[in-house]
Design a protein around this ligand. Structure first.
Ligand code: ZN
Ligand code: ZN
Length: 280
């Protein structure tokens, strides 16, 4: 698998020269499988550019979008996703219903006339909405597992296995909620075990936690602990805080590297950058 982040930012887009390096689009991740097919996680503003990218590649009739949850920063790019306007295109959106009212309504409502000039029913692609249960999903012949995250309104983590490679994606997840939950931590360790690439929400610094308890995000230090204890090989932090510019994210990354060193860990840790290819 190859992974490309088309959006690394949490909460709200942050365009501008201060965020060029790590990126200012909200969450959207492309997974390129070994047969060349693309699988998408989330439809933040980054999905607009991913749509442009796909238009220049070999046509893929079935596009699958796995949705972690329906917060604005994970769906707001969808009305600008080019393939949604192509009558030859099938788009399958898979989500978990406890995170949503009704999956289709989320997409329909954000395109109501009050918000957008084109209604969902005017889109030309053929749509299907499917439940992602806690069992195992086999989209494109993969093994996809799901875990429930601690996040206001709900969110899911995803583990995608292709042959012997494991890619785990856990954003919008409060790894250590105020009321500590050892069972949850143990479940997360099991879920992330031996990941080749582990992507975790690293929105906060440890000293910011008190202020943001209950907001549903995590710190680089918690991410590092999860990577170490789960035996993961590489850690990428994402969902960058909109208050943090490139310099701030570099500093967060340096602190994460220093923390790994202090734990005698050789796990590679990086803050995710948009449009960089990461090999799983
Ligand atoms: Zn988010
Ligand atoms: Zn969220």
């Amino acid at each position: 698998m190859k992974i490309i982040f088309w959006g690394t930012r949490g909460s709200i887009p942050t365009p501008g020269k201060w965020t060029n390096i790590f990126g200012g689009n909200t969450t959207c991740v492309q997974i390129i499988l070994k047969n060349g097919k693309t699988l998408i996680i989330d439809a933040g503003t980054g999905i607009r550019l991913l749509g442009n990218y796909l238009a220049k590649r070999e046509f893929q009739k079935d596009i699958v979008v796995l949705l972690t949850h329906s917060h604005w920063d994970h769906i707001q790019g969808f009305p600008f996703f080019g393939p949604a306007y192509d009558p030859k295109q099938n788009i399958i959106i898979k989500g978990f219903s406890s995170s949503f009212s009704i999956l289709k309504d989320i997409f329909t409502n954000q395109m109501l006339t009050a918000y957008f000039p084109i209604n969902f029913s005017d889109l030309k692609a053929h749509f299907k909405f499917e439940e992602l249960s806690f069992g195992v999903d086999h989209t494109f012949g993969l093994t996809i597992e799901v875990i429930q995250n601690v996040h206001p309104g709900g969110s899911i983590g995803l583990k995608i296995i292709e042959d012997d490679k494991i890619f785990t994606f856990l954003t919008d997840c409060e790894l250590e909620p105020v009321i500590k939950n050892q069972t949850m931590w143990n479940d997360l360790l099991k879920f992330c075990k031996d990941s080749d690439i582990l992507v975790v929400d690293g929105q906060y610094l440890p000293e910011e936690l008190g202020k943001f308890d209950g907001w549903g995000h995590s710190t680089y230090e918690q991410d590092c602990k999860l990577a170490i204890e789960s035996g993961s090989k590489k850690l990428l932090m994402t969902h960058h805080d909109p208050r943090r510019n490139d310099v701030g994210i570099f500093q967060l990354e340096e602190r994460a590297k220093a923390f790994m060193k202090s734990q005698n860990s050789s796990i590679k840790v990086r803050a995710a950058k948009e449009q960089v290819v990461y090999n799983v």
